[in-house]
Design a protein around this ligand. Structure first.
Ligand SMILES: [Zn+2]
Ligand SMILES: [Zn+2]
Length: 330
C-alpha cells in the first residue's frame, strides 16, 4: 500500500507506505551494526537473487561494482488499489518509482573512500536513471539521496543511494521554486546563481571551488557543518550535466565527504540532490548534511532549526583542513 496525503495546513505531502515496515534492518540501535556480512547481504555481488532484477548493472552478476534495481520495499509504486476517498482532504495514489543504486561491491566500503573515478561513474549512473524517470509523463519530481550510517536513516550497512520519483511536487521544492521566481522578478537573476557569485566574491563561507562548481556552507545552514555544492552556471536539472562536469563534481564531492567523515568517529550524514521539478525554473544543487545532532521538538514543531555552529566558523574549519592536508584527491 502506498498513498500520498496532503496536510491542509502546511501543504506538506506525506507518503504512507505500510510495506516498508517489513524491510530488513542492519543496526541494533543507533550506530551498533549487527554482524551483517557478505553472506546474508542482499546488496553484495553474488546475492543478486535476493533483490528484484537489475535495471542497470555495470558488469555481470558477481562482478559488477554498480547495480541498480527497483526497491523491494518501495515508498511509492504503480499500485492503484488503495487510496483514501474522503473528499474533505487531498490525497493521491502513492504512484512513482523507487530504485536502489548499490554503488560499491565492497560490503563495508564508505563513499568517502571511493576513488574519484568511481564516484564519477556512480554520478553518471544516477543521471542515467534520473533521465529515464523524468521521461515518464506522470513524474513531477525526482529526488536522489544517500543515507550514510544509522543516524542518517540508513537501514542497511552496504553503501547505496536511493532515487524516488513522485507524481506530486514536494513542499520543499515548491517553496524553493516560488521563492526563486520571486527573487528573479525582483533581482533579475536566479537566486542560486546569485548566492554562488556572492559567496565566491566574499569568500566568507566558501570552502573550495573548481572550474564549474563552488562548495560553501549555506548562510542559513540548518545543520552544523552543512555543505552545499552548486554549479556556477545555471544548470536546471541533474540530467543536464555533461560527463566532464560530473567528473569534476565527483572530485569536489570526494573532497567534501573526506572532510565530513573526519568531523567525528563514525559520523553519519545525508547527501540530497535538490533538483528542479518539471515545469519550473530552478538551479540544481547538492546538500551534504552531517548528523551532528538530531532534530528535536522545536525543529519538528516549527520546521525551524537551532544550529550551534555558524556557517562562517564551519567554513573556516573546513578551509583549514584543506590547507593543512594540501591533499591531492585521487
Ligand atoms: Zn553487502
Ligand atoms: Zn541559477
Amino acid at each position: 500500500m502506498s498513498e500520498l496525503r496532503q496536510d491542509i495546513l502546511t501543504g506538506e505531502w506525506v507518503i504512507f507506505a505500510g510495506n516498508r515496515k517489513s524491510r530488513p534492518y542492519d543496526f541494533i540501535k543507533h550506530s551498533i551494526p549487527k554482524t551483517s556480512d557478505k553472506t546474508d547481504c542482499q546488496f553484495c555481488p553474488g546475492n543478486e537473487a535476493m533483490t528484484p532484477n537489475a535495471v542497470y548493472q555495470n558488469a555481470a552478476d558477481g562482478e559488477w561494482t554498480i547495480r541498480v534495481f527497483p526497491n523491494k520495499y518501495p515508498a511509492v509504486n504503480n499500485d492503484k488499489s488503495e487510496c483514501c476517498d474522503e473528499d474533505f482532504y487531498t490525497s493521491a495514489y502513492g504512484n512513482g518509482i523507487h530504485e536502489v543504486v548499490v554503488d560499491t561491491a565492497e560490503h563495508s566500503e564508505a563513499i568517502h573512500d571511493f576513488s574519484v573515478k568511481h564516484i564519477a561513474e556512480v554520478l553518471k549512473t544516477i543521471r542515467l536513471r534520473y533521465n529515464e524517470m523524468m521521461k515518464n509523463p506522470d513524474i513531477k519530481y525526482v529526488e536522489a539521496f544517500k543515507n550514510c550510517g544509522p543516524e542518517s536513516g540508513a537501514s542497511l550497512m552496504h553503501s547505496h543511494w536511493q532515487i524516488i520519483a513522485v507524481t506530486v511536487v514536494p513542499r520543499e521544492q515548491k517553496v524553493i521554486c516560488e521563492r526563486n521566481n520571486e527573487y528573479k522578478l525582483k533581482n533579475g537573476k536566479c537566486a542560486v546563481c546569485a548566492i554562488t557569485e556572492y559567496e565566491l566574491d566574499k569568500k566568507i563561507r566558501i570552502i573550495d571551488e573548481s572550474d564549474n562548481f563552488a562548495a560553501y556552507t549555506p548562510f542559513a545552514s540548518r545543520m552544523s557543518y552543512e555543505i552545499d555544492i552548486a554549479a556556477k552556471k545555471h544548470i536546471k536539472h541533474y540530467g543536464d550535466f555533461s560527463d566532464e562536469m560530473l567528473d569534476e563534481l565527483a572530485c569536489m564531492l570526494k573532497t567534501m565527504l573526506k572532510m565530513v567523515s573526519g568531523l567525528r568517529e563514525n559520523i553519519c550524514y545525508n547527501i540530497c540532490f535538490e533538483d528542479t521539478p518539471k515545469d519550473c525554473d530552478g538551479h540544481w544543487f547538492m546538500r551534504i548534511l552531517p548528523r551532528m545532532g538530531n532534530p528535536a521538538g522545536f525543529e519538528y514543531g516549527t520546521n525551524s532549526y537551532i544550529n550551534p555552529v555558524l556557517p562562517e566558523t564551519a567554513a573556516e574549519y573546513y578551509r583549514n583542513i584543506l590547507v593543512k592536508k594540501n591533499e591531492v584527491v585521487k
